[in-house]
Design a protein around this ligand. Structure first.
Ligand code: ATP
Ligand code: MG
Length: 367
């Protein structure tokens, strides 16, 4: 995309993205080539206490322009997975199995991300793969003015771009997230928390990445700012066409923005489906529990029901299904045999009792 395109787009009206039906989303994804393929991905923390299997057998294909949402409680392995996908992974985490393949949009040879060396990583960081973390202040450099941070990133990857052109692109991106371009002269600490987060999102797009990994990008801001940022992300995504892997514990939020949703529990995908299915016909009792914990904003106010119990200790996982200790539907087979992710009623679920019809035993009476 040229700088001209970005500048012109700044002047476009900010419209509400068209609402697609599930069939339309499925058809769009079907027609989009694969961008990122995770194949039996395992991530392990090698610690003195033992090897922690924080991410196990994760499989998915992210298509160009797709928004994949990943939800799960705290410690379910969301950040571990995202760090492995984005190559932000640091010891003691190691990718202990499987692969992540990136398919360049210019038609170049597929790249095995887990095997990229530093030089390849430097070349693809920002331009192919970009990242937005939860804390903007931890990501932005506090002692460098915003404009310089943008122009440094742009000119490092596109040496032919002049300083003036880079600044113009930076200003256009800032305006796209609702920040006046004169704030390019500000230091990050001179912006509000919400503005910092939006500036970070703009910065992540500075070199036109193909996929942006977002780890709870709106958790640190209030609900009103959260909605504003989400709608800006969607508008930017609609205009620029990048794919997003978005992780959060808030399932209701994901249902509003995602093309597909994966539910993570104890390091594994336990369900995957389109938002409509996750909303109205979830297959896994854990997904239904998460849904009850985060009811959609559109639903009437009612008692908030969580999921009883806590996630398992990853160093002492049950033999069969990890959800057994908290599952009202658990039977003998669940205790002895780990369920694989399989097709059920048009979605994917890893549960011996997967069904789109909730069981009355799932309704808590003690909440
Ligand atoms: N540096 C580390 N060393 C050892 N174990 C770790 C490390 N980082 C994470 N873990 C373990 O890996 C598991 C998954 O953690 P992770 O941070 O990926 O969860 P998460 O789903 O992102 O949680 P949250 O919603 O709280 O951010 C947890 O059991 C955690 O204790
Ligand atoms: Mg996390």
């Amino acid at each position: 995309m040229s700088d001209d395109t970005l500048t012109q787009q700044t002047d476009l009206d900010v419209g509400t993205p068209a609402v697609e039906t599930t069939a339309e989303i499925a058809a769009r994804l079907e027609a989009s080539p694969p961008l990122l393929v995770a194949d039996h991905l395992d991530v392990t923390y090698v610690t003195e206490d033992g090897e922690i299997p924080a991410c196990r057998d994760v499989n998915f294909t992210l298509h160009r322009g797709e928004i994949l949402g990943i939800a799960g409680e705290s410690a379910s392995g969301k950040s571990t997975l995202l760090n492995a996908l984005s190559r932000l992974q640091r010891p003691p985490a190691v990718t202990s199995g499987g692969s992540v393949t990136f398919h360049p949009t210019d038609g170049g040879e597929p790249l095995e991300l887990t095997a990229m060396n530093d030089e390849q990583l430097r070349r693809h960081r920002w331009t192919s793969l970009s990242i937005v973390m939860q804390s903007a202040m931890a990501s932005l450099n506090p002692v460098i003015k915003l404009g310089v941070q943008f122009t440094d990133v742009i000119r490092e990857h596109e040496p032919d771009v002049t300083k003036a052109q880079a600044r113009e692109r930076a200003g256009a991106l800032l305006e796209m997230v609702g920040i006046p371009r004169h704030r390019l002269s500000a230091f990050p600490f001179q912006l509000s928390g919400g503005m910092q987060q939006r500036a970070l999102i703009a910065l992540s797009l500075a070199c036109h990445p193909d996929v942006v990994f977002m780890d709870e990008p709106t958790t640190a801001v209030d609900v009103i700012m959260q909605r504003q940022i989400l709608s800006q992300i969607l508008q930017l995504q609609g205009r620029l066409g990048f794919a997003i892997v978005f992780i959060t514990h808030d399932l209701s939020l994901l249902m509003e923005i995602s093309d597909r949703i994966a539910i993570m529990y104890a390091g594994r995908f336990v369900e995957m489906g389109m938002p409509e299915q996750i909303h109205g016909a979830a297959l896994h009792p854990y997904t239904r529990g998460l849904r009850r914990s985060f009811p959609p904003l559109s639903e009437p106010i009612r008692r908030l029901e969580g999921i009883p119990g806590t996630p398992p200790d990853l160093l002492d996982l049950p033999t069969g299904c990890s959800f057994v200790p908290r599952c009202p539907l658990a039977t003998e087979i669940c205790r002895v045999e780990r369920p694989e992710l399989r097709e059920v009623d048009g979605g994917l679920a890893a549960c011996h009792h997967a069904s789109a019809t909730p069981d009355p035993r799932e309704e808590r009476t003690d909440a």
